[in-house]
Design a protein around this ligand. Sequence first.
Ligand code: 13P
Length: 257
Amino acid sequence: MKKLLMGTNLKMYKTPAQTESYLCALQSLTEDLRNDVTLFVIPSYPALDRAVNTVRDKAILLGAQNMHPEEQGQFTGEVSPLMLKELGLDIVEIGHSERRHVFHETDAEENKKVLSALAHGFTALLCVGETAEQKAYGIADEVLSMQLKIGLNGVTKTQLSRLWVAYEPVWAIGVNGTPASQQYAKERHLHIKAVLEMLFPGNEVPVLYGGSVNPDNARDLIVQNGIDGLFTGRAAWEAENFNKLIRQVLPLYKGRA
Ligand code: 13P
């Protein structure tokens, strides 16, 4: 069985010093879980250098929350793959709902970022998810298909081992979000898996669930076969809480058929 994937996106929280103490604590709390869990943390840009120097032996994989697809250029305020590569990062998160809906990034832009991240040797974590309005119209699966088909256009077979997908329904994310029900999440994950199978037959791309994951719903989600891990925000931002959450779901994941 594949290792359980558990990660958190720190969004615009935690200064470099706070990120360092968080990672130190998380690293020591989870030391015995290395063989069972792939743990990853996605800090803010200014905290990345310190984060890389805090984590030992890749005990926690580290990623960036966004990336410009070009290596360099006149793009004030943007960060390039070469800059992230030099830091020694593992992952680039692409198309988080806040990037899509607060900063209006398009599927075509996410696609350029995915291709660039993969070409530069990163694991690309593409986030997909429908809005509340799209859900109400009953077009969640159509939206997911589109985000995957455009976002992953041009990805090659050899790159698939460095591709992760996160299903994060927009309406489920953040303080005002409502977590997806077990049934709803299961159906969307099966749909995402079917689209991935159509695009890349035989692939083993993991699909994580994110959006108000917490100690009350994490178990219900991780028992679903189509859910390969959890991508958590608020509930993981205290190292002790994240450690507890991981230990809560790990036995259920291991017990899956
Ligand atoms: P919350 O768990 O705080 O809803 O955030 C999820 C998320 O956005 C992970 O990328």
